[in-house]
Design a protein around this ligand. Sequence first.
Ligand SMILES: CC/C=C\CC(=O)SCCNC(=O)CCNC(=O)[C@H](O)C(C)(C)COP(=O)(O)OP(=O)(O)OC[C@H]1O[C@@H](n2cnc3c(N)ncnc32)[C@H](O)[C@@H]1OP(=O)(O)O
Length: 719
Amino acid sequence: MAQYTRVSGVVGLITLQNPPVNALSAVVRQGIVDKVETALSDPKVKSVVICGQNGNFCGGADIKEFGTKMFGPPLIPMIHSIEAANKPVVAAIEGSALGGGLELALGCHYRIAHSKARLGLPEVTLGLLPAAGGSQRLPRLIGVPAALNLITTGRHVTAAEALQLGIVDQVTDHNTVDAAVKFALSVAGRSLDARRISTYPCPRPSDLDALFEEVMQKVRQSARGAIAPVACVQAVRAAATLPYTQGMEREKELMATLFTSGQARAMQYIFFAQRAVGRWRMPSGASWDTSKPRPVTKAAVIGLGTMGRGIAVALARAGLSVVAVETQEKQLLEAKQAMSSMLERGAKRRGGVPALGLISYSQSIQAAADVDLVIEAVFEDMALKIEVFKQLTAVCKPGTLLCTNTSGLDVDQLASETPNPELVVGMHFFAPAHVMNLLEVVYGPRSSPQAVATAMQLGKKMGKASVAVGNCSGFVGNRMLKLYLEQASFLLEEGATPELVDRALEEFGFPMGVFRMSDLSGLDVGWRVRKAAGLAEPGEASGPSARIRKGYRYSPIGDLVCEQGRFGQKTGRGWYQYEKPGSRVARSDPWMHSFLEQYRARHGLVARSIDHQEVLERCLYSLINEGFRILEDGIAAGPEDIDVIYVFGYGWPRHRGGPMFYASMVGLAKVLERLEHYHQAHPDVPNLQPCSLLRRLVASGSPPVHMWREVRKKLHSQL
Ligand SMILES: CC/C=C\CC(=O)SCCNC(=O)CCNC(=O)[C@H](O)C(C)(C)COP(=O)(O)OP(=O)(O)OC[C@H]1O[C@@H](n2cnc3c(N)ncnc32)[C@H](O)[C@@H]1OP(=O)(O)O
């Protein structure tokens, strides 16, 4: 709703009231319409200020209302009536003015922002475009190039940038409403002819066609099949080429297509999933709302390889005091240099001061004596990690949380080597750790809820989507990835090329196909893991047993590629070839094609034609099937956890909502049928056998994603 008061005798103050972000729900819209009418019809009122309750202007349209029947007054006429008012209306922007919130502010005649406010049109991140006039007013106000940048990326700008761009008229460090009221008093009675943005001509750059062509090309390339960024460009083009009313028609048309698209549903699902994972729950029943995190102001990072460096930088950026420990002097010096330049580059990009002073460096683990939390980031080797944990136990003050950065080692085994296993959790960061926005917080059966709460809060402070998951080999992300990689290798054996598999996955929306991605991360990492697990065997054995391990189908192709010293980009050769070691542009490699032909010949395999659909079904459905197993095992609390992990950590296209959401969009019955089909064709691949939760969900009529937890609970209670 909205509250109305008269202040300073002549200013009507309208306050939006819908905590926590004053989203424009039907009731709020009705409130605004009513209170604007009250203010405009009151002869004592000379000007109006619109603000939001609790220091937050407005987070935009109420996303929860999307997809439901719309009630209440629509946004567009509401904003028009504000713009058409014959008394000045001033927006007092504190907190955020996003989406419909900024569009409302653009309908006002003046905008005053607090210096800490954030403004933006993030609709594109929800699969939409700013369709309450935002796509038509913003280019008229700040010009086409700047508006295109904001609208197609959805990025939030600071008040300072908003002032520079001309979105706001004034920025204040003081009470924003007071400043807006003062401003409203100063402009009372002035002509508003030049303040109605919809009447402005849109500044037309001379090279309009070239500009739109260039932006469209860029957007199509980075959108990877997402339709909203393309529609955003089309809407801004309408602003630049059509009169306002026709531009609004075009905005409406484009929005209608987006609004009903599966992509918008998927992206809105991810918005809420990202928030839902913060409400974590452990199988014991302990949860986010019953477990209080410990304060962490000082942390240590042990081991300054690639991961340790990124983690230490991310901690310092979050404002923590960091002790960075590396026992090898040469490594320590290199790390110090690398981390300083990472911090400097980051500060330059974001604006601000590099947090160099927050990090102290040491060669001795003793330096971790007084920290609140340690993140061990040494080499992925259990014996080494156990040794480091022993030293930490002897050195750290009582109660220090011991976290291990591991991508799949047994957190519980490590915890059992310490006298206080309740203080141990896994923190699986993704490389590069100062860039990637995902963190898996791994609890073992003995991790205390407080330790989990502390790691989750720290992850949030570091700006990461943090997901609490149970302990198992590979946790959630890598456990599912293993099956995806396995299917990709099988497809090569059966006749596909790395190029074909990658093209299918990239057309689906992944930034890189599985083979290009493996070349980037380094093929030797997985090879080492397979050797340690007794899977990779040296030499080019032939015959049926060469492709069987522990009774099941196994593809040694990746091991053979590594035996050739082809570790990916870093060696200049992998699944592809590169101009030189370290180069990034993957080129098709005739060596690989003849290697695959020889491999098939040696194993008596006859290449067959494989299409994109089979690539997608085999790679994605096997991964999804493992996702259902993970839910069944209680390793992830719900499908949202898996989807957030995949969208934020594994490049799953956001407009497809994550693997579990995607499965529900495809139809669970179809996923089940295709898995059954492939399992019949490949009975030696047990992972293709559909898991019982999937079967149960199909048997219960394929309920929507948010109801899967219930079905799983019933399944468990019957076991
Ligand atoms: C014709 C169409 C016209 C307009 C289209 C639109 O306006 S689309 C909406 C555009 N707005 C956005 O995309 C903003 C979304 N919100 C945010 O980015 C953040 O919430 C925000 C405002 C920066 C605040 O961040 P903060 O970290 O402080 O809070 P949090 O994100 O955890 O949100 C708190 C709870 O509020 C819910 N929420 C936020 N925004 C909306 C919204 N626009 N509609 C509905 N609900 C919203 C959010 O889900 C959280 O709820 P909870 O139950 O606690 O999970």
